[in-house]
Write a new protein. Structure first.
Length: 181
C-alpha cells in the first residue's frame, strides 16, 4: 500500500467513514456503572461528530490560516480526539494541558503557544486552570450530542495532501513539567 505512512488523520477518518461506515471505532461505557454495558461508536458516528463540532465551532472561532492554538479542557473521553481533528479541519492546532497542572504551568503553556481561545466541557470550570489569562472561552457540546444528534452535519472535508500537510502543526503536548517550565 503506497499510502502507508502518508495518510492524514482527518482525511483518513472521512475515507474510512465512506468505505466502511459500520466499522467500530470505539466502545464507550453507557454510564459510570460499567455493568450497564457499552455503546459502540462506528467510524461514521465518529466522522459525523467531528463535522458536527466543526459546524458548532466555525461561527465561534472561524478558520485559521496560520494554525492558531486552541486549548481544550474536558473529562477523559472521546471529545479530546474529536476536538483535535475538528480543529485541524478548521486550520487550528490543539493544546491539551493536563487539568492537574499547576496554574503557573497552564499559564506558561497558554502564553508559550500564544493561545487565546479555550474550549471546555460544560462541567469543567476552567477558571482555576487559566486564571486571568486573556482568552475567549467556549463550552462545547456533550459527547452524546456530538456522537448521536439526529441532525445531519455539514461535511467539512480535509483537502490537503500528505505532502502539503506533512509539516503542519497538529497538536501541542508537553511533558509532565517535572523538569520545570
Amino acid at each position: 500500500d503506497t499510502e502507508v505512512g502518508r495518510r492524514i488523520i482527518p482525511a483518513e477518518v472521512d475515507r474510512q467513514a465512506k468505505v466502511n461506515p459500520n466499522k467500530i471505532y470505539a466502545s464507550i461505557p453507557r454510564s459510570s456503572d460499567i455493568s450497564k454495558g457499552f455503546q459502540d461508536v462506528t467510524i461514521l458516528d465518529f466522522a459525523k461528530a467531528i463535522d458536527r463540532l466543526c459546524e458548532y465551532l466555525e461561527p465561534l472561532i472561524g478558520y485559521s490560516y496560520n494554525f492558531n492554538t486552541v486549548a481544550y479542557y474536558g473529562p477523559p473521553d472521546l471529545r479530546y480526539v474529536i476536538v483535535n481533528i475538528a480543529l485541524s479541519k478548521l486550520g487550528h492546532k490543539a493544546l491539551f494541558s493536563a487539568p492537574r497542572n499547576s496554574l503557573p504551568m497552564h499559564l506558561h503553556l497558554l502564553n508559550a503557544t500564544e493561545c487565546h481561545t479555550i474550549l471546555h466541557a460544560r462541567q469543567i470550570d476552567v477558571s482555576s486552570m487559566v486564571g486571568t489569562h486573556e482568552a475567549t472561552r467556549h463550552a462545547i457540546p456533550e459527547l452524546n450530542e456530538l456522537l448521536w444528534d439526529a441532525t445531519e452535519p455539514r461535511h467539512y472535508p480535509y483537502t490537503k495532501t500528505y505532502d502539503e500537510a506533512k509539516n503542519d502543526p497538529y497538536l501541542v503536548l508537553h511533558t509532565s513539567g517535572s523538569t520545570g517550565l
